[in-house]
Design a protein around this ligand. Structure first.
Ligand SMILES: Nc1ncnc2c1ncn2[C@@H]1O[C@H](COP(=O)(O)OP(=O)(O)OP(=O)(O)O)[C@@H](O)[C@H]1O
Ligand SMILES: [Mg+2]
Length: 385
């Protein structure tokens, strides 16, 4: 996710000039058209988004202008003690996803209990904070663990899509790229930014790599230890306040997390290999029935893919879909000259024998350690009752 540049990110902000505090917002809105903030949200600076989120009714009603001004003036960043930290905050805010990554709960097949636990732990407290106070105050640290390619990152993106909150997408690579030696400062700034923009979710993808990152030489080792300690301190801080800042972490090596970290990731949710039903749903979506063509052997697919992860299943489907294209390629290769684009023949439909070939050529990648995840889940996991 962090690799794809997106126009909805905050990064565009830093190339823009900020509105001086004294400027009259009315004048600004007049220049945008008769009813004010009608620009595409992705073109808006964040203070403009604050304005538009309130709805246009704020503008037609002069008396609410004061409130609007107040929001308009809310700075993007809290005040930091040094320019250094301000720089870190700017680079971290590039990892904030504004707008949605567009993954719906329905597009994630199976994983019903993981979805339910996540909705209960993150989505509902953000949507209805009124109920989640006192003893029911929300869990602040949530860990998604399970074999590789089972949909952990997808689940986190679904949370970001559903809850319109500030979503920090922090992966090991983004930590390393922002590494300036002062590792604990990076974490400090991250949490300060998250609190400032609450409600927010900090998604630490591949958390095992972030906290066990080892570079060359002693100093790096020391730096990674300091980063981990600061993360523990900051998460402790979260648990003691009522601010809506969640830490959502994902890993496929949960046993590498130490006890102190596990204690702070209170809710631990297993994201298992897909069950038969989920596999069937994935196949039906990726290899849909084509009217008038031979039916595909879904039963066989489901039966033969026990122990496959979601991404293995995607590979099987890709391999199957490749077969008709391969047949076409051999025809095209026999021709002397290149055919013009508009005369190219259509790729044929997938045949049942393509499926058997694909199954023969694809091996599951994640089933070997499956029992370890189950064991970890029995020992530490959260369950749906
Ligand atoms: N439950 C699922 N429903 C639909 N597609 C899935 C599911 N699980 C995995 N996939 C497919 O597998 C791909 C990888 O999923 P994802 O990146 O979420 O895995 P992950 O659990 O984060 O893996 P890793 O631990 O290696 O980071 C997805 O892009 C999707 O195509
Ligand atoms: Mg992932």
């Amino acid at each position: 996710m962090s690799e794809e540049p997106s126009e909805t990110r905050w990064s565009f902000l830093f190339g823009r000039k900020r509105l001086p505090e004294s400027q009259d917002p009315q004048a600004e809105s007049a220049s945008n058209g008769p009813n004010g903030y009608v620009k595409n949200p992705s073109d808006m600076a964040i203070y403009e988004q604050f304005g538009s989120q309130g709805g246009s009714s704020n503008h037609s009603n002069g008396s609410s202008n004061g409130r609007f001004n107040e929001r308009l003036r809310k700075p993007i960043f809290p005040t930091f003690e040094s320019a250094d930290m301000m720089n870190l905050a700017e680079s971290l805010s590039r990892d904030i996803i504004r707008g949605s990554p567009d993954i719906s709960w329905e597009s994630i097949k199976g994983l019903e209990s993981a979805k339910r636990l996540l909705k209960e732990a993150v989505v509902m407290p953000i949507k209805y904070p009124k109920y989640f106070t006192g003893l029911l105050s929300p869990w602040k640290g949530i860990l998604l663990f399970g074999p590789p390619g089972t949909g952990k990152t997808m689940l986190a993106k679904a949370v970001a899509t559903e809850c319109n909150t500030t979503f920090f997408n922090i992966s090991a690579s983004s930590v390393v790229s922002k590494w300036r030696g002062d590792s604990e400062k990076l974490i400090k700034v991250l949490f300060e930014l998250a609190r400032h923009n609450a409600p927010s979710t900090i998604f630490l993808d591949e958390i095992d790599a972030i906290i066990s990152h080892r570079g060359e030489g002693r100093s790096e080792h020391e730096a990674s230890r300091r980063l981990k300690t600061e993360l523990l301190i900051q998460m402790d801080g979260l648990m003691q306040t009522n601010e809506l800042v969640f830490v959502l972490a994902a890993t496929n090596l949960p046993w590498e997390l130490d006890a102190a970290m596990l204690r702070r990731l209170e809710k631990r949710i297993l994201v298992p290999l897909p069950e038969a039903e989920a596999r069937r749903a994935m196949f039906e979506e990726l290899l849909p029935v084509v009217p008038g063509e031979e039916a595909l052997p879904y039963e066989l697919l489901v039966e033969r893919t026990e122990g496959f992860s979601g991404s293995d299943i995607r590979l099987v489907c890709k391999e199957a879909a490749m077969q008709p294209l391969r047949r076409l390629m051999t025809v095209l290769e026999d021709r002397e000259e290149i055919m013009p684009e508009e005369e190219l023949p259509k790729v044929g439909a997938i045949k049942p024998e393509d499926i058997t070939t694909a199954l023969r050529n694809t091996r599951p990648s994640a089933h070997l350690h499956a029992h370890r995840y189950d064991k970890f889940n029995d020992d530490y996991g959260s369950h749906v009752l």
